[in-house]
Design a protein around this ligand. Structure first.
Ligand code: GTP
Ligand code: IMP
Ligand code: MG
Length: 337
């Protein structure tokens, strides 16, 4: 197995950042490549009592040996990218494809007002307006921007060469399945498809070269911004359950509902998931906190995991039990995947 794609199963913010960070450190891939929309994504990663927030770089920067690539389907905001390269000191191993579209100031201005903000509740990061221009074929690309010259790479070529040499490639999806422009709750969606097929197209990985698709579900569902959310809880109910969360990019309070098996089933179908990662199990069952083996979990938590496997017919191989990258139960070996 050499290529693994990680995608979000609900509305984004499932905790993909932590899962990708863990896999990057555990499996040591030669490349971690980012697909998805652009800097509308936000990931919070906690490692050894430090918190890191990223919007552009792949969430694998904690592994200093891994090359961090951004595929041509991803929009780049150079300001956000340069800040992160500096903050995480990744200048020598960050590369963007020369065909990445570029977000300019006017895109973020347009995205922060009018219908996009008030009705759709976008992140204001400029991705929608920039993708609209990409469709009109007027958008600037990375190769048109002088300051990016040192970081340009043919990302599809690099990925496919690595796979030919039997090197591991980890692919990071962003957003979540029901934010997809094709498969989500239109018009309350992001500006492109974000299911596994699209994430692979974003980085130039053909469908026959994918070995595993890990779908990430949080133990409950959250959604930030507008659009339908079946079984939505009131802010008071969310507080009582201890599910209060704020968006990484916008700081908005996240809406929430219980784990939704119907949505999860559809998500498994759309992404051809081969493995499931469940995050925040400890938030649902506090006795799970920081456990690293399945046997240590309380019975109610085991029943929850079993019900997911029985309903969705896909093995749960990774379970998040706390905020740190290493607060995780890794059952990939024992489940023979
Ligand atoms: P993606 O956008 O999917 O990458 O997720 P996100 O980073 O936006 O997700 P969110 O903000 O919900 O999760 C990030 C926060 O939750 C970080 O502070 C993580 O450390 C923490 N977190 C991730 N997984 C777990 C888990 O299994 N248990 C607990 N308690 N915290 C977690
Ligand atoms: P846009 O992608 O900024 O255009 O926003 C469109 C919708 O997708 C809004 O509801 C956003 O809140 C949501 N969205 C976009 N990216 C993310 C993400 O990474 N996590 C959660 N929601 C997102
Ligand atoms: Mg997020």
């Amino acid at each position: 197995m050499t290529s693994t794609v990680v995608v979000g199963g609900f509305f984004g913010d499932e905790g993909k950042g932590k899962i990708v960070s863990y896999l990057a450190m555990k499996d040591n891939p030669a490349i971690v490549a980012r697909g998805g929309a652009g800097p509308n994504a936000g990931h919070t990663i906690e490692y050894k009592n430090k918190k890191y927030k990223v919007r552009m770089l792949p969430s694998a920067f904690l592994n200093k040996k891994t090359r961090l690539l951004i595929g041509p389907g991803v929009l780049v905001d150079p300001k956000v990218l340069f800040n992160e390269i500096k903050e995480f000191n990744t200048s020598d191993r960050t590369f963007v494809d020369s065909q990445c579209g570029i977000i300019e100031e006017r895109h973020t201005v347009e995205d922060s007002s009018g219908r996009l903000k008030s009705s759709l509740g976008t992140t204001g990061s400029g991705t929608g307006p920039a993708n609209a221009e990409r469709a009109m074929r007027t958008l600037k690309m990375a190769k048109d921007i002088n300051s990016l010259a040192l970081y340009l790479e043919d990302v599809p070529h690099a990925i496919n060469m690595a796979l030919q040499q039997n090197d591991r490639v980890l692919v990071e999806g962003t957003q979540g399945t029901f934010l997809s422009l094709w498969h989500g709750t239109y018009p309350y969606v992001t500006s492109k498809d974000v299911t596994a097929s699209a994430i692979c197209a974003d980085i130039g990985l053909g469908p026959k070269n994918v070995d595993d698709v890990i779908i990430v579900f949080k133990a409950y569902v959250t959604r930030v911004g507008t659009g339908p959310l079946k079984g939505e809880l009131s802010p008071d109910e969310i507080s009582v359950k201890g599910w209060k969360e704020f968006g990484t990019v916008t700081g908005r309070l996240r809406r929430a509902s219980e784990f939704d098996f119907d949505l999860a089933k559809r998500s498994i179908m759309l992404n051809t998931a081969t493995q499931i990662a469940i995050t925040k199990l400890d938030v649902l069952f506090p006795q799970c906190y920081q456990k690293t083996s399945y046997d240590e979990l309380p019975d109610n938590a085991k029943r929850f995991i079993k019900s997911i496997e029985e309903n969705l017919k896909v093995p749960v191989t990774l379970i998040g039990t706390g905020p740190d990258v290493n607060d995780i139960i890794d059952m990939r070996q024992s489940k023979n995947s």
